[in-house]
Design a protein. Structure first.
Ligand code: MEV
Length: 324
């Protein structure tokens, strides 16, 4: 038996623009996790994939349509078995559970894929390095999202804050001073695939304007990187607000997100923005030790279905490794 888990994530700066080559910053969130267990299955039964949280229980090779939630899981298992050179004749039981909310900007798909791939690697006693792991998770991200930038698989497999530019090696970001974030869920599901496709149509209709906005978002991400590396936490708040203004302009905010963002800022958050694809899902607020619980309770009062507070510091972290 082998068991592995992987964290969720939030994007601090640069979502959407990152799809168009601008830099973005994302951080892992340990409070939510996906876990996978791989065991030897009953003889002749092939590969059983079971994900009770997703309402999934079937065998690899069962015919599914791409819009069914189990489909990416099949792709993950298939790709990994091919990578391991063990595509045929396996009897395995793969069980997945996850507390990462789905369609909410917290990287549920990448977390599940990372946990499954690590558990399979462990089961077959085959080490996999981070770039290879990330590349395999990216294959599943394509099934989920269509044209992902690669930021979700990078931050979740590396399990570190990352400064990410599409097509470039992942840069792990050293955070000089702790950063405290309140993460609040609007409760409105928002599939990333849809939001990314809508932004693409709008970009196609008015490339000049969108490229300008993406440039400004990229510049904000670059400034935020310096602020994080030099410990200028208060600067980050203003940069988050500027990033949110641009996300509004590109059309991915929503009334529910705006309600939570206003509530957080009124309660004393240093900055606030949506995180991930937008249109629903989660927002983040930059808080400090004094304001964290007050901001969290105001977010709940304003309608958040779940609020968590996460601390980011410079402590070296393990990659999304097996948990045994
Ligand atoms: C999704 O977490 C972030 C987006 O920028 C899409 C992507 O980068 O693939 C919206």
């Amino acid at each position: 038996m082998s068991l592995a888990s992987a964290p969720g994530k939030v994007i601090l700066f640069g979502e959407h623009a990152v799809v168009y080559g601008r830099p973005a910053i994302a951080v892992p969130v340990d409070q939510v996790r996906a876990t996978a267990v791989v065991e030897r299955g009953s003889e002749g039964q092939g590969i059983q994939i079971c994900a009770p949280d997703l309402g999934v229980s079937h065998r690899l090779g069962d015919v599914l349509t791409p819009d069914q939630p189990a489909y990416p899981l099949q792709v993950t298992v298939q790709n990994m078995l091919r990578w391991l050179g063990r595509a045929a004749g396996q009897d395995l039981a793969v069980t997945v559970s996850s507390t990462v909310p789905i369609a909410s900007g917290m990287g549920s798909g990448a977390a599940v894929a990372t946990a499954v791939i690590r558990a399979l690697a462990e089961f077959f006693d085959t080490p996999i390095d981070l770039p290879e792991l990330s590349a395999l998770v990216f294959e599943t991200e394509i099934v989920h999202h269509g044209t992902p930038s690669g930021i979700d698989n990078s931050v979740i497999t590396y399990n570190q804050p990352v400064y990410f530019v599409r097509g470039s090696p992942v840069e792990v970001l050293r955070v000089r001073r702790p950063i405290l974030l309140a993460i609040a869920d609007t409760g409105v599901p928002s599939p990333t695939r849809l939001a990314v496709a809508n932004v693409r149509s709008a970009w196609e209709a008015d490339r000049q304007r969108y490229e300008g906005w993406f440039d400004r978002i990229g510049a904000i991400a670059a400034m935020a990187r310096r602020a994080m590396e030099t410990g200028q936490v208060s600067t980050l708040g203003g940069l988050m607000n500027q990033n949110q203004e641009l996300l509004r302009l590109i059309g991915v905010s929503s009334p529910e997100l705006e309600t939570l963002i206003s509530a957080a800022l009124r309660a004393g958050a240093i900055g606030a923005k949506l995180c991930g694809a937008g249109r629903g899902g989660n927002m983040i607020a930059l808080v400090n030790d004094e304001s964290a619980s007050w901001v969290a309770s105001r977010l709940e009062e304003a309608g958040a279905v779940r609020v968590m507070v996460t601390r980011l510091d410079q402590t070296p972290r393990r990659s999304a490794a097996p948990t045994e």
